[in-house]
Design a protein around this ligand. Structure first.
Ligand code: AVI
Length: 321
C-alpha cells in the first residue's frame, strides 16, 4: 500500500510533504509535544537564550505605561493571547489589571492542550476571580473563529517573538488573519526579537548545555513514537545558522551519514545523503523599520514601541486602522 492510500493524520501528512521536498523540511510547530513543551521551558532558562528575559524586563518595568496607552479602564474588554504558553510574562499584566479592579476576560489560545490545562490551573490558584476561557487552536484558526467577540474592545497579545517563527510570506498571512480577527480600534501587542550582534543571536540557538539540540532532535523522537519511524537519533546533528542580511536564524538537523529511514504510518522509506540537512525552524529577527513596514502593509498603525535596556527585544503596540 502506498502513502496515497493511507488515511493520514495532519502530522503524518506534513511529515510526508516535508521529507519528500527538496530540500527536506519539517514544520517547527511539531516541536511542541509534552516533552517539547518541557524542553522549551528549559531553553527559556538557558543563559544564552535572552529573548524571554528581555521581554520579561520590558513587561516588568513598563507594564503600567503599556497598558495606560491601550485601555479605557472603565470599559470591560477582552484580553486575547496567541500562543499563551506558561503565561509567566502575561501574569505581570494580569496581576496588574486584577489589582486595579479592571473588568476583563482572558482568552489564552494555544496549540497545545496540555499547556492550557496547566495555565488554567495556575491562574485558578493565583487569581481565582479572573475570568479565563482557554481556546485550543492555531493562531489563524482562532482569529477566523473569534470566539471572544462580544462587542467589547479587544487587546491581542502576540508575545515571545513567535511571529519570528514564520517565514516572511507566512508572517504576512498570519498578520492578515490578525486584521480579519480584529475591529477598528482594537489593539495588538506584538513581541519582536530585534537584529543585534550576530554572535549573540547564534548563541541563543546553540546553548552549551545542548537543550536546543535536544529540542530539535525531539522532533525525530516524536516521529519514531507517533509515526513508527526508525530515525537513529545519534546520526543527526543540530546546526543553527544566522544570516545578518535577512535576519533569519535557521535551524537544521543534518544527517551524519547516508542512510534510509522507514516511517511505518507512511509505509515509506526516505533516503538521506551524507550531510543532507532537514530544515526545522526559522526564527526571524527584525529591525524597527521592518516592523513599521509590516504594520503598514497589514492595516495597523504603530502607537509605541517598548524595548529593553539593551534594545535586544521590543514589544510593539499596533492599533487596527
Ligand atoms: C517560540 N519561539 C519564539 C522560539 C524562538 O526563539 O524562535 C522557539 C525556539 N526555538 C529554539 N529555541 C527557541
Amino acid at each position: 500500500m502506498s502513502a496515497k492510500n493511507l488515511d493520514l493524520g495532519n502530522f503524518a501528512q506534513d511529515v510526508l510533504l516535508g521529507l519528500s521536498a527538496e530540500p527536506k523540511s519539517l514544520p517547527s510547530k511539531y516541536f511542541y509535544d509534552a516533552k517539547g513543551d518541557k524542553l522549551f521551558q528549559q531553553i527559556m532558562d538557558m543563559p544564552e537564550y535572552y529573548l524571554t528575559r528581555k521581554e520579561f524586563e520590558i513587561l516588568e518595568n513598563q507594564h503600567a505605561k503599556i497598558l495606560a496607552n491601550i485601555l479605557d479602564f472603565n470599559r470591560p474588554f477582552n484580553l486575547v493571547e496567541l500562543g499563551a504558553g506558561d503565561g509567566l510574562k502575561t501574569k505581570i499584566l494580569l496581576r496588574y489589571l486584577v489589582e486595579k479592579g479592571v473588568s476583563f476576560e482572558y482568552f489564552p489560545i494555544d496549540f497545545s492542550g496540555s499547556v492550557l490545562v496547566e495555565l488554567k490551573e495556575s491562574l485558578r490558584q493565583e487569581m481565582p476571580d479572573l475570568k479565563v476561557s482557554a481556546i485550543e487552536d492555531t493562531y489563524r484558526g482562532s482569529l477566523l473563529k473569534r470566539q471572544w467577540a462580544n462587542g467589547n474592545p479587544t487587546l491581542i497579545l502576540f508575545l515571545g517573538g513567535n511571529i519570528g517563527n514564520f517565514p516572511l510570506e507566512e508572517a504576512h498571512d498570519v498578520l492578515d488573519h490578525l486584521r480579519l480577527g480584529t475591529e477598528r480600534g482594537d489593539e495588538v501587542l506584538l513581541g519582536f526579537d530585534l537584529k543585534k550582534n550576530p554572535q549573540t543571536i547564534l548563541d541563543a540557538y546553540h546553548d552549551h548545555a545542548g537543550i536546543t539540540k535536544e529540542f530539535n532532535i525531539n522532533l525525530l523522537r516524536r516521529m519514531n513514537r507517533e509515526l513508527g519511524a526508525n530515525f537513529d537519533l545519534d546520526q543527526f546533528m543540530h546546526w543553527p545558522s544566522y544570516n545578518p542580511v535577512d535576519g533569519e536564524c535557521r535551524s537544521h538537523l543534518v544527517s551524519m551519514k547516508a542512510q534510509n529511514v522507514f516511517i511505518e504510518s507512511l509505509n515509506q522509506s526516505f533516503k538521506f545523503d551524507a550531510f543532507e540537512p532537514i530544515f526545522t525552524e526559522i526564527s526571524k529577527k527584525y529591525s524597527i523599520s521592518e516592523i513599521k513596514k509590516l504594520a503598514k502593509r497589514s492595516g495597523f498603525k504603530i502607537k509605541e514601541a517598548f524595548a529593553d535596556s539593551e534594545d535586544y527585544f521590543a514589544d510593539v503596540l499596533w492599533e487596527r486602522k
